[in-house]
Design a protein around this ligand. Structure first.
Ligand SMILES: [Fe+2]
Ligand SMILES: [Fe+2]
Length: 312
């Protein structure tokens, strides 16, 4: 009886998704849908929060007042994105404090790209252009997904990402059309960020364990390879226009489909990095942990605010 009822609910749930309805927090949903969405939104929130660190560390060194203002605004936006996404994940029943603790104790993942060093100002340009550009591809697709609170949060976030992309592109154009030293710095940073960007969308579809069911339930409307292809179609012409040299010497277009075909990046490196063993994982998590510990006085104050005397 229970099994039949579960099946009927699953059937109704899948029919709703097929119609394009949004799933809302109080609605019935399969446990697996709840778990996968929680995992996905939590990792996304973690990535926004961790992504603020390398750029935040460059704020004191930004070349000039306007660049500094734009970078401060961007970093603030990214932390705001984390806030919105943790709230969206909380609607699925997982408390935020648990998610933050999983992040700082290393049991919850975040994007590979935030575990690489930003050696020069040109790395900040590349993050703003290539990575925010990749985030926009991903988020524009994910906002059409079936879970209402996640889609709505992403819609708002994507507006701000569009500004980040513009500031990143403006930085890259300035360097790529600047002095010889600036152009060299730009090319070197581009070489460092090409492969991590290729890995950003995740392993090829044939290796991805989650994609099939996530697609059927409208959690992930396009696959990793499809998202990577959209990015390539958008970015490769612009990279060529700027005269940057792409480090993948095997990159070419399929003569029949027009799709870009890439040399596969080192996926072992990708798995090492997302599992905590990248060049900057320890340092970045240690900084996040320090920030969390230093903020404990505020959490305590908020917990005890009801004990404070009220103004007359
Ligand atoms: Fe963001
Ligand atoms: Fe961004």
């Amino acid at each position: 009886m229970t099994t039949l009822s579960d099946e009927a609910q699953l059937h109704a749930f899948e029919a709703r998704i097929a119609r394009g309805d949004k799933v809302e927090p109080g609605d019935w949903m399969p446990d697996r849908y709840r778990q996968q969405l929680t995992r996905l939104i939590q990792q996304h929130a973690n990535s926004e929060l961790m992504g603020a660190l390398p750029e935040g560390q460059w704020i004191p060194y930004a070349p000039g007042f306007k660049r500094k203002m734009a970078l401060i605004a961007k970093v603030q936006d990214e932390v705001g994105h984390a806030q919105l996404l943790y709230m969206a994940a909380e609607t699925l029943g997982k408390p935020r404090v648990e998610m933050i603790e999983e992040l700082i104790n290393g049991t919850s993942k975040y994007s590979n790209v935030f575990n690489y060093p930003c050696e020069t100002w040109a790395d900040i340009a590349m993050v703003g252009w290539l990575i925010d550009g990749a985030a926009i591809v991903n988020q524009t697709i994910m906002q059409t997904g079936s879970y209402g609170p996640y889609g709505r949060a992403l819609k708002r976030i994507t507006y701000e990402e569009a500004f980040h992309l513009k500031q990143g592109y403006d930085l890259v154009v300035t360097l790529a059309t600047g002095t010889r030293a600036q152009r060299d710095m730009c090319q070197e940073a581009f070489n460092r960020w090409w492969w991590p960007t290729m890995m950003f969308f995740g392993p090829p579809d044939r290796q991805s364990v989650h994609t099939e069911v996530l697609q059927r339930w409208g959690v992930k409307p396009k696959t990793n390879d499809e998202q990577r292809q959209i990015w390539l179609q958008k970015f490769v012409p612009k990279i060529e226009e700027l005269g940057l040299d792409i480090p993948d010497k095997g990159l070419h277009r399929d003569p029949d489909t027009g799709d870009y075909v890439i040399t596969q990046p080192d996926w072992d490196e990708f798995f090492r990095v997302i599992n905590g063993d990248g060049p900057m994982n320890r340092e970045r998590l240690a900084l996040r942990r320090l920030i969390y510990e230093e903020g404990s006085w505020l959490r305590t104050a908020l917990e005890k605010r009801d004990l404070l005397p009220r103004a007359a």
